[in-house]
Every structure is written in C-alpha cells, then in structure tokens.
Design a protein around this ligand. Structure first.
Ligand SMILES: C[S@@+](CC[C@H](N)C(=O)[O-])C[C@H]1O[C@@H](n2cnc3c(N)ncnc32)[C@H](O)[C@@H]1O
Length: 312
C-alpha cells in the first residue's frame, strides 16, 4: 500500500534545466508530435492540476480505455469524432479528475494480478505491493489451505488466492459493509469462492472451532502524522478507515491479529502481513514476544521492508 504516488509537486513546479529536460522527454513521446484536438483538449484541462507526465498518462487512459480509441490510432494522433453523449462523458471525467479523484474510481475498476477488480470510493484501491504479497503466498501455501484474509477491502487478496488455489477454502472479513459489497461483486464477477463476513477484528470473538492454515492481512497501517506527506487523491478520496492507525499504536492491528492467530491458526500455521515500512523490526519483535517462530521481514520491489511472515 504505497500511498505516495508520482511526486506531482516536484514535477509541476520544476524550473530551469529540469523543465528543459522534461520538455525534451515529452518530445520523445509520439503522441506529443501527433497530438489530436481531443488529446490536446484533455491535456490542457488536466495540466491545470497535474504534471505534464501525469496528464499524458491520464489522457491515454481516457482515450484508449474509456472512450474506446484504439492505441494505434491514439499514438498516430488520429482525431476522435465524439458524439454529444461522449463529449458530456468526457467533460464528466475531466471534472472528476480535476477534483483529484483517483482515475481508478473514475473508471470504476483497477487491475490486480492481471484481473479486473471493481473499486469505488469507500474501498481502498489495491496497490502493487499487495500484488507482490499475493505472489509470495501463491508460491508458499499448500493448494488446499484454509485461509483467512482480515480487512479484505475490494477482496483483491482473498479473490486472487481463491482463483490461484482453487482447492483452498478462503474466508474474508471486513468491518466495512461498503467494502464487503464490492468484494462480493468481485468474487461473483471473477467466479471465485470466498466466504465473506462482516467483522470488527479489534472486538470480535471468533468461533473457537474455526481453524486456519494461513491468516493474511494488509490492515490500516499509515500513521496519522504521515497524512502530511500524502497526495490529495489519496487523502480526499480513499477511506480513512482503510488507511490510518493512531500514531500512539502503530501495531494495533498486527498485535490483535497475532493474538487471534494463537487461537485460530493450526500449529505451524502462518501469518502473512503487509506492513508500514517503518515498523518491520517492531512487528517481528512483537510476534517473537507472542511466541511465533521464524518471524522475518521481506522487502518489496522498491527495497522497502514491506512484508512480515511468521509461523505459529
Ligand atoms: C489497507 S485496507 C486493505 C484492503 C485490501 N485487503 C487490500 O489489500 O487492498 C484495510 C482494510 O481493513 C478494513 N478494516 C479497518 N478496520 C477494521 C477492523 N477493525 N476490522 C476489520 N476490518 C477493518 C478496512 O475497511 C479496509 O478494507
């Protein structure tokens, strides 16, 4: 869950040699040379709020993924004749983007491990780091594992595991009805077989008879004080409930899930956590203190401490 997207401030206000370099890079993009009127209009509108690089990227998504232009036509600069309805649709898209609504909410979908997941405000947009976590799990988990995903959000982890391990039994919890409704829809659309439950992990008393081989969670882990470094498209649009923990208790969810794991995991069962990169060592120490074995940190593709795995 990397929450700091492209550094728009830096690119937007760069001056001098940086600007020259940026313009040189822009010239290398074929659509700059053959830019059509619609693309020009989209770019002009978006560059009021986004860097040239971001506006270019959004423009391609709008034309090719939302208005149905072929990628070849887009890059050849072929103009689009928009019907009145399409023109209104485009105006609506641009207005939402100028309000810094994430493009994934505007589109209503995002891609996760090659599958299309529905997303909407109220549900966290799945992040690439979480794809890495699922890839690690798919390599390690037995095919028929019983898996519990805590804080399922869009269902991206649970549904991907269910699809990747068709013999596994996957249960997923979330405190948010909105998130669960979206997760259900993703499960149905992708023909997975996850069982969902509305559950507050901080207060619930699960059935002692339930037993799992694996518990996975990407819980809220951003500190309140980290808000200062976050982009508007995250802060204004993504659900606080999915993002934040109090500055005073960064391990709140991990500690509680580890306690539950003592009851719900079979001996040798595994915990898989996505973490705030600042708290890898603290998470490992907490798990060791609770009696978990072989607690260790894995880094994400950017080299940050991002995952902690441990055995009961
Ligand atoms: C960081 S999001 C992760 C969503 C999804 N698993 C993903 O990786 O994209 C954390 C999720 O935990 C849920 N959540 C927050 N507090 C919770 C609680 N007390 N009990 C259960 N789920 C909770 C949020 O609604 C949100 O969907």
């Amino acid at each position: 869950m990397s929450l700091l997207s492209i550094d728009t401030e830096k690119t937007r206000h760069c001056k001098g040699p940086d600007t020259v370099f940026r313009n040189f890079l822009l010239l290398l993009q074929p659509e700059f040379i053959f830019m059509n009127l619609t693309t020009q209009h989209i770019r002009t509108e978006l560059e009021r709020c986004y860097s040239a690089q971001e506006a270019a990227c959004l423009s391609r998504i709008i034309c090719c993924e939302m208005l149905g232009q072929s990628t070849v036509d887009y890059y050849l600069g072929k103009d689009m004749i928009l019907s009145l309805k399409e023109k209104q649709e485009l105006d609506g898209i641009l207005s939402r983007l100028r309000d810094f609504e994430p493009i994934q909410y505007v589109q209503g979908t995002t891609s996760f491990l090659g599958r299309t997941f529905r997303v909407a405000p109220g549900v966290l947009i799945p992040r690439p780091e979480t794809e890495e976590l699922v890839e690690i799990m798919l390599k390690e988990i037995p095919a028929d594992a019983r898996i519990l995903d805590i804080g399922t959000g869009s269902g991206c982890i649970a549904v991907s595991l269910s699809k990747g391990l068709p013999c596994a039994q996957v249960v997923a919890w979330d405190i948010s009805e909105e998130a669960l409704a979206t997760a259900h829809r993703n499960n149905d659309a992708l023909q997975a077989s996850v069982q969902f439950a509305l559950c507050d992990v901080l207060t619930c008393c699960p059935d002692q008879e339930d037993r799992y081989d694996v518990i996975v969670s990407n819980p809220p882990y951003v500190l309140e004080k980290e808000k200062l470094q976050m982009e508007r498209n995250v802060l204004d649009w993504e659900p606080s409930l999915a993002l934040f923990v109090p500055d005073t208790d960064p391990l709140l969810f991990y500690r509680r899930i580890a306690e539950l794991g003592q009851k719900l995991l079979v001996a040798g069962g595994k915990l898989y956590f996505e973490i705030n990169r600042a708290f890898g060592e603290a998470t490992v120490a907490m798990l060791g203190g609770q009696g978990y074995a072989n607690a260790h940190i894995l880094k994400d593709i950017s080299g940050n401490d991002r995952f902690v795995i441990a055995e009961r």
